[in-house]
Design a protein around this ligand. Structure first.
Ligand code: B12
Length: 446
C-alpha cells in the first residue's frame, strides 16, 4: 500500500483574525497510522486558503499530490455537519479524476448520517465513531483484499457493527511534525486544542457528543500532553493553545497536576481559552489556570431559564453557577458563557429570564462576555425530536450545510417564535456584549 492522504477540509468560521484550528482528530489518526508504519500525508485545506489560493488551485494541489505519490486512499474528516458540503465536494473532485482512488470519510456527521452518505458514488467507506484503529483495520483489509465486515466500517454492501472507543492512553501523543511546516510555523499559525478526555457522561438534548462516544469517557495520559508541548516548543510553534472538550474536570488531582506542569510553557505559547462545565471548577483549579496564563474560561450555560434548562438535561443549578462566577472573579482569568438562542421550549418569557440573568451578572462583572449561538437541530439528537414534537420547523435543508453555522440566521422557528423574532433575540444578546464594551471571543470569531 502506498501513501494515504488525510484531508482536513478546514473550518469555514469567518473570523476577524482568521482563526484556524488544527484538526486534532485527523492528526491523531495520522500519528497512529504513522506509528503502525503507514506512510501518511496530511492536507490542511485552510493552509492553502490562507496562502491566498483559489478553490480551483487547491483542488489542483490535491490532485498533484495524489498523482505524484500514487495515492490509493483519500480519507477526509467531516467533523461538523456544517462542513459536509465541503467534504463531499473534495471527495467528488478526487473521484472525477481518479475513479479508482478509495474515499473514506469519518467524524461526527458521517457517523450519524452514515446510511445516507454511503449511497453517494463519491464515498466508498464511512467510518463510524473513533477513527484511529478502525481506519488502520480498513487499510490493512484493503491491502489484503478483504475489506468487508469490519467493525465500525460502513461500505456499499455492509454496515459494520458499532465499535467501542478504545484506550485513549494507549494512543501515541500527537506528532506535529506530520503537518506541513509552513502551516504549523507560518504567520498566523493554526490554534491547537489539547485533549485530556474523549466523550461525555452527560446526555444533553442538543449535543452529539455522548451518542458519538457511546456515553463513555476516556481519559488521556497527562504525560502525553506535556510531551506534545515539548515537541511544539522544539519545532518552534508560536501559536495559541486551548482546551475545549466536554469532561475536563479541574477538580481532579490528575488534571490539576497536568496544568501545573503546563505552566512551564507559559512564555512559549498563548494559552487563550478553556471550556468546561461550571461544576468542574474549584478555587485551586482557577489559581492553576491563572498560573498557566489562560486568558478565558468558557462555561456552557445555554439558557438561564429553568424551564428550558430542564428540557436540555444539562443539570445546571443557576444559583450554584452564579457562585462559581463569584469565585472566578477573584482570579485573572475571564469567565464567559455559551448561550443557545431558541432551544425547543423557548418563549418570550424564557428568553427574558435569560437576558435578565446575563445582564445582571455582566453588570456585576461576574460574567465577562457571552458567546451566543442559534439553536442547531443536529440529526440524531433529543432536541431535534423535541422540536418536531412541538411543531417547530427547520428552516434550512441539511444540504445547505453552510447555514449550520454560528449566528447568522436562525435555523429553526416555532409557532410562538418566528425566525424574525429569534434573530432579534440574537441581536439583543450580542448587544449585551457591545453595551459592556467587551467582545473578546465573540469579536474574534465573528
Ligand atoms: C474543539 C471543537 C471545535 C473547535 C476546533 C475543531 C477542530 N477542527 O478540531 C472549533 C472551535 C473550531 C469548533 C467549531 C465548531 N464546532 Co465544534 N467541537 C469541538 C469539540 C469540543 C472537540 C473536537 C475534538 O477535537 N475532539 C477530539 C478529537 C480527537 O476527536 P474528533 O475530532 O471527534 O475526531 C475523532 C472522530 O471524530 C473521528 N474522525 C474525525 N475525522 C475523521 C476523519 C476520518 C477519515 C476518519 C476515519 C475518522 C475521523 O476519528 C477521530 C479520532 O478518533 C467537539 C465536541 C467534542 N467533545 O468532541 C465539538 C463539535 C465537533 N463541534 C460542533 C459544532 C456544531 C461546531 C460549530 C458549528 C459551533 C457552532 N455552534 O457554530 C463550529 C463549526 C466551525 C465551522 N465549521 O466553521 C459539534 C458537531 C455536531 C454535528 N453533528 O455537526 C460538536 C460535536 C459539539 C456538539 N455540540 O455536539 N469546534
Amino acid at each position: 500500500m502506498g501513501k494515504i492522504l488525510l484531508i482536513d477540509p478546514g473550518i469555514q468560521l469567518k473570523t476577524k483574525e482568521n482563526v484556524k484550528f488544527i484538526n486534532r482528530g485527523l492528526l491523531s489518526i495520522a500519528t497512529f497510522l504513522k506509528s503502525k508504519g503507514v506512510e501518511v500525508q496530511y492536507f490542511p485545506w485552510d493552509f492553502y486558503v490562507k496562502e491566498g489560493m483559489s478553490e480551483t488551485e487547491i483542488f489542483f494541489e490535491i490532485k498533484k499530490i495524489i498523482k505524484e505519490n500514487d495515492i490509493k486512499i483519500s480519507a477526509i474528516s467531516n467533523l461538523f455537519i456544517a462542513e459536509t458540503e465541503n467534504t463531499l465536494k473534495i471527495a467528488r473532485a478526487i473521484k472525477d479524476d481518479f475513479p479508482d482512488n478509495i474515499s473514506v470519510i469519518g467524524g461526527y456527521n458521517p457517523t450519524i448520517m452514515n446510511q445516507s452518505l454511503i449511497k453517494l458514488k463519491e464515498i466508498d467507506y464511512v467510518i463510524k465513531g473513533e477513527g484511529e484503529r478502525t481506519l488502520h483495520d480498513l487499510i490493512s483489509a484493503i491491502e489484503k483484499g478483504t475489506s468487508d465486515n469490519i467493525p465500525g466500517v460502513v461500505s456499499k454492501s455492509h454496515d459494520g457493527e458499532e465499535r467501542e472507543p478504545g484506550n485513549l492512553r494507549k494512543l501515541p501523543s500527537l506528532d506535529y511534525s506530520i503537518l506541513p511546516r509552513n502551516y504549523l510555523l507560518g504567520n498566523n499559525p493554526p490554534q491547537i486544542n489539547l485533549e485530556l478526555t474523549r466523550g461525555c457522561y452527560h446526555n444533553c438534548s442538543f449535543c452529539s457528543v455522548s451518542r458519538f462516544w457511546q456515553k463513555k469517557v476516556k481519559t488521556n495520559d497527562p504525560g502525553k500532553i506535556i510531551k506534545e508541548l515539548k515537541q511544539l516548543k522544539m519545532l518552534g510553534y508560536k501559536g495559541a493553545i486551548s482546551i475545549e472538550e466536554s469532561m475536563v474536570n479541574f477538580k481532579l488531582r490528575e488534571v490539576k497536576d497536568c496544568f501545573i506542569k503546563m505552566a512551564a510553557f507559559r512564555n512559549d505559547f498563548t494559552f487563550n481559552y478553556v471550556v468546561t462545565r461550571y461544576d468542574f471548577i474549584d478555587e485551586e483549579g482557577l489559581g492553576i489556570l491563572d498560573k498557566v496564563g489562560f486568558e478565558n474560561l468558557i462555561i456552557g450555560l445555554e439558557s438561564a431559564s429553568n424551564k428550558v434548562l430542564e428540557k436540555t438535561n444539562k443539570h445546571i443549578d443557576l444559583i450554584a453557577l452564579e457562585g462559581v462566577c463569584k469565585m472566578a472573579k477573584k482570579f485573572k482569568i475571564k469567565l464567559n458563557t455559551f448561550i443557545i438562542v431558541g432551544l425547543p421550549g423557548e418563549t418570550h418569557e424564557t428568553y427574558k429570564e435569560t437576558l435578565e440573568f446575563l445582564s445582571r451578572l455582566m453588570e456585576k462583572e461576574l460574567i465577562y462576555s457571552i458567546f451566543p449561538c442559534h439553536f442547531q437541530p443536529y440529526p440524531g439528537t433529543q432536541a431535534r425530536k423535541d422540536l418536531e414534537e412541538i411543531g417547530g420547523t427547520i428552516l434550512t435543508k441539511e444540504g445547505n450545510y453552510f447555514n449550520w453555522l454560528m449566528r447568522g440566521d436562525p435555523l429553526v422557528e416555532y409557532k410562538n417564535l418566528s425566525a424574525k423574532e429569534l434573530k432579534k433575540m440574537m441581536d439583543s444578546m450580542l448587544n449585551l456584549n457591545k453595551k459592556m464594551g467587551r467582545n473578546p471571543i465573540v469579536e474574534k470569531l465573528k
